[in-house]
Each structure stands twice: as structure tokens, then as C-alpha cells.
Design a protein around this ligand. Sequence first.
Ligand code: 13P
Length: 340
Amino acid sequence: MDARQLNETAKAMVAGDKGLLAMDESTPTANKRFAAIGIPQNEETRRAYRDMIVTAPGLGDSLNGAILVDETIRQQTRAGVPFAKALEKVGIIPGIKVDAGAKPMAAHPNEKITQGLDGLRERLAEYVKLGARFAKWRAVITIGDGIPSEGCLEANALILALYAALCQEAGLVPIVEPEVLMDGDHTMERCAEVTEQTLHTVFAQLVAQRVLLEGMILKPNMVVPGLKCPRQNSNEEIADATVHCLLRTVPAAVPGVAFLSGGQSGELASARLSAMNARFKGRLPWGLAFSFARAIQEPAMTIWHGEDANVPAAQKALVHRARCNVAARRGEYSPAMEKQ
Ligand code: 13P
């Protein structure tokens, strides 16, 4: 493990006001999103869609990194350039999602456990050869009646830590993503409680497994009320609750926090990130960045719709959403930007 190089890469992933783009939807998830808007679901449409993203002019001005998935890291642009190389060329560090998805957890009704540790050391070595410099693993925590259970939190945290240690052994910066889901009618306060408990458990395991905190990135959820909660808090309340939770749980040695969007609209995700930075930037030990998938890609996918002719308009929408999030890192996003 080269601690200095891991730290350099981790810092580069959250440097300046840029962030990360998650373009690592698994094949079933990508197909589901395509199906919902009538795009044919096959390897070539998935490749063409990722081609549209990777070749978007100016994308490197807003992104430090992009997360690919196994299929995509083996594909090329229409011009024959491997996606990882095309990203590097415009200053975007390529990364790779390496988990095998969250599956129902035995003896834990309604809870999930993320799979993919088997053979991970060998897969990581191959991804390094294919150009990846960081990796991602997502654990899913559900809030509900009597859940999350301690068993679910402990198991997911241990697996995240084992994954992170293997990444660092291979020279890859692990993005550690414990996602507390927004599904349900729970309050923001309940989300805060569960997120705090989750992050405490995750960092305890990261330390126990000797993960270099300086060589990782945390990808958490924002502390928000459940989608069906009757009381939807203000962006400022969400900003305060989220930062408060992170201050209590995330060691100062971690170079950066890059949020997932988790199904919030693009506008809300940007506004909430902006509220956090407007209130706290410069007073926190780590940068507050973004690692959004849906909140950057959503309008672009709809505009693209599988048609070559729509590529320039889709790329414009994509770059625009990325820029909105750069503004959010500065604490300067406003909904008026959406009309520009
Ligand atoms: P969303 O921003 O759409 O939640 O996706 C982020 C991600 O990478 C989920 O693993």
C-alpha cells in the first residue's frame, strides 16, 4: 500500500469545487431506467449512452472523477478510445463500482446485505490494469419498524471495511458508501439517528480493519425526512442536521465527503448541498462534494432518448447539471440557474 499515493488520489477526487459522477448503474438498473422512458435495453444502447456522457464537451470542468461499472470499463467510445482513457484525457479520474449488489439478508426481513467480496482481490488487480484509480461499494440501510437491526449494520460495516482494505492493498482509493434510504414516512430526526449509528459502526470497522482514513472517500446520504413523511424540512434544516451528524462521526483525517443523491430531484440535491456549503464551508475538516448519479444524469437521459441526433442537447443538459453542483460546492447554487 502506497499511503502517499492513496492520499493524493483521494484529495484529487474532491479537489477544488468539482465532484464525482456516478455512471455505474448495474445492467439491470440501467435497463430499468431506459425501459421507464422507452429506450431499447441492450449492450449497444448502454454503450452509446455512456459514450454520450464521456464525450460531453466541458464535462472535465465540473468533475474530478467518474465511476464506471464492469461492462463500461471494457467499452470504448465510437472513436475507439476506451472509456477510462477518454476520461483521463479530459482530467476525470476513472473509478469502478466493485460490489455485486445488495441482496436480501438471511434472517433479517426487509434488510439487505451487499455481496461481492469473493474474488475481489483478483478483480481489483484487473481493474487497475484497465485504468481505474478508485473503487466504490454501496451498502443499503433501510429505516422501518424495528429496523435497521444491529446485525445488518454490523455486517454491512464489516464488509465495507474488508472491501476498503482490499482496495487500498491494490492501490485503489475506496469510496465507502453506506446509504440510508429515503423510502418511508420517517422524520428527518429518525434519519439523523440512523445515519449517525450507521456511520459510527462503519468507522469503527474501518479502524478495526486498518483502513487508511487519509486514503478513502465517504459517500453518505444527506440527512433528510422519508419521502412519505408529512413534514418535509427546509434545506437549511437538512444542511444543519447533515453536517451535525457528520461532525459527530467522520474523522478529520478523511479527505472528503461526496454525497449520493438517493432519489432527490436534481434541484433539491443541489440546493441542499449548496445550503451546507453556504453555512459551513471553510469551517469543516473535510470538503463537502457530490457523487451523484440521478441528480446529474436525469434530464440528459430523457433528452438523449437513444437517438444520435439528441446527443448535443443531452450533453448540454448533463454539463449544466454538473455545473449546478459545482455552484453548490461554492454555496452559490440557486434554482434560477436551472433556467439558464
Ligand atoms: P444517486 O445519486 O442516484 O443516488 O446514485 C449514487 C450512487 O452511486 C448510488 O450507488
